[in-house]
Design a protein around this ligand. Structure first.
Ligand SMILES: Nc1ncnc2c1ncn2[C@@H]1O[C@H](COP(=O)(O)OP(=O)(O)OP(=O)(O)O)[C@@H](O)[C@H]1O
Ligand SMILES: [Mg+2]
Length: 247
């Protein structure tokens, strides 16, 4: 059956995909490619040698589904502590959609990104520890990924507002020509460690940026939080000023 998405409001929009709550399952996120930015457009934007890669390599949904499946085979269920579940494809009226775990807080609202969390609350000890735990996990399991960006990590909160886990919802997989698992372990470790170091550096830079009074971009800010609660933040028609952690 074709899942009707075109008449509902997405909860988020990334550079490449639009994200919806599955109309029949509030715990399922359906991601469809952005209609205004095709795989051909993405390839055209790349310079050589990126622009000779196969079209399939630009398909984030296809890549993600296969990478998450192979990580699951390799490491078992524990991989979903920090990487979201992918549950296969479904036909939608906006094209094929990837179904994934929709990360929600204990109060039922869709979890915000680490970027939004840092902007709203700064970088207290508990968030530092959660970021450390994610980095340790990445290193322990030698997870291949593109850069770990704060708008591709969501912060799941428990009943008392405590951080339960950080979940990477975009960017897993190897951007290298040689398959990651064929690289010597030492090289794998070096590459993963660099991703983790850069995540820490990126967070420090973002905090400095906020502290100096800059507004962050809208990337990684939710359009709504998937419930009837009034949404605290958003953009487009729902634009309101985000509270800064300095307020
Ligand atoms: N499973 C999920 N649970 C909760 N929030 C999610 C989930 N998947 C995506 N999001 C939200 O949707 C936003 C966009 O999703 P996603 O990163 O997959 O899109 P994209 O187009 O691939 O992003 P990019 O611009 O980084 O390429 C994320 O920043 C996040 O806020
Ligand atoms: Mg993203």
């Amino acid at each position: 059956m074709t899942v009707p998405l075109s008449q509902i409001e997405p909860f988020a929009r990334g550079g490449n995909r639009v994200c919806y709550v599955h109309p029949d399952n509030p715990h399922c996120c359906v991601k469809v490619p952005r209609p205004d930015f095709t795989l051909q457009d993405r390839r055209r934007k790349k310079r050589f040698p990126g622009n000779v890669r196969s079209l399939a390599s630009f398909d984030d949904n296809g890549q993600e589904a296969s990478v998450v499946a192979s990580l699951l085979r390799l490491h078992g269920e524990s991989v979903h502590q920090h990487i979201y579940r992918c549950d296969g494809f479904v036909e939608t009226d906006l094209g094929p959609g990837l179904m994934t775990e929709l990360v929600r807080d204990a109060d039922g609202r869709i979890s915000v990104t680490l970027k939004q969390e840092l902007w709203e609350r700064g970088y207290p000890e508990a968030t530092r520890r959660a970021v450390e735990a994610l980095g340790d996990f990445w290193l322990e399991h030698l997870i291949p990924s593109r850069e770990l960006l704060t708008h591709n990590i969501v912060v799941q909160k428990g009943v008392h507002g405590e951080i339960v886990r950080l979940v990477v919802i975009d960017g897993v997989g190897s951007p290298y020509l040689i398959p990651f698992d064929r690289l010597p372990k030492l090289v794998q470790r070096h590459k993963v460690a660099r991703r983790v170091r850069r995540l820490h550096k990126r967070i420090r830079k973002f905090i400095r940026h906020c502290d100096s009074g800059h507004q962050p971009s809208r990337v990684g800010m939710l359009m709504h939080r998937g419930s009837s609660y009034p949404c605290a933040v958003g953009f487009g028609a729902h634009l309101c000023v985000l509270p800064s952690h300095k307020d």
